[in-house]
Design a protein around this ligand. Structure first.
Ligand code: ITT
Length: 204
């Protein structure tokens, strides 16, 4: 079977790992954005995950012949009116780190009782080829923000995102367990089905 080229257009290593693990086994030859050594950086300025995902995808895919996959994701907390939302990566300041972002969320929610700590993770995936969008998929996972960090796996806000069905935070789940239930995993599941059809179609 002929390999189809796929560019995973993210600078976030945590995301890149989860995406490539999920797509393993498909007849794809995967390239990561960081491998291209490009100095171009897309400035995310949209108010929605989908708009940002489209923008990033088309920007990084503009010089790429194969398929391009872009993702925008984030954490939306009910009592913070959906914040950090599209600003999840840079919530504490423009040079934010996961640690600083988590500290800011915990500080803002210091006095919020457990029943008001609901949140959701959202992942928007956009697949394109030569500027044409082929698929747009959204996945979501609902949970509760903890008051302290727990777990050592994952990235970003995983240590403070408690997932009730498994009675653990996302950072307490193995990579496989997280991918099976997470916002990104759910979106990737649909993308995999799409790609399986697309790859068969392209190869015949
Ligand atoms: P790219 O734009 O290059 O893909 P980024 O990290 O800037 O990388 P986003 O703008 O989509 O990506 O921001 C996503 C942020 O949301 C990410 O940095 C984390 O802070 C958070 N996030 C998204 N998915 C997450 C997950 O599965 N677990 C924990 N935090 C997550």
């Amino acid at each position: 079977m002929i390999d189809i080229k796929l560019l995973i257009a993210t600078t976030n290593q945590g995301k890149a790992k989860e995406i490539s693990a999920y797509l393993e086994g498909l007849p794809l030859s995967v390239t990561f954005l960081l491998e291209l050594n490009s100095l171009d950086i897309y400035e995310e300025d949209s108010l929605s995950f989908l708009e940002n995902a489209r923008g990033k995808n088309l920007f990084y895919g503009r010089k790429w012949e194969g398929l391009t996959l872009g993702e925008d994701s984030g954490l939306a907390i009910d009592c913070l009116q959906g914040a950090p939302g599209v600003r999840s990566a840079r919530f504490s300041d423009p040079g934010a780190t996961d640690e600083k972002n988590i500290a800011k969320v915990l500080k803002l929610m210091e006095d919020v009782p457990e029943e008001e700590r609901k949140a959701r993770f959202v992942s928007c995936l956009v697949l394109s080829q030569k500027g044409k969008i082929l698929a747009e998929i959204t996945g979501e996972a609902r949970g509760v923000i903890t008051s302290t960090k727990k777990g050592r796996f994952g990235f970003g806000y995983d240590p403070i995102f408690y997932y009730p069905p498994l009675d653990r935070t996302f950072a307490e789940l193995s990579p496989e367990e997280k991918n099976a239930v997470s916002h990104r995993g759910q979106a990737l599941k649909q993308l995999k089905t799409f790609l399986q059809t697309h790859c068969n179609w392209t190869n015949t």
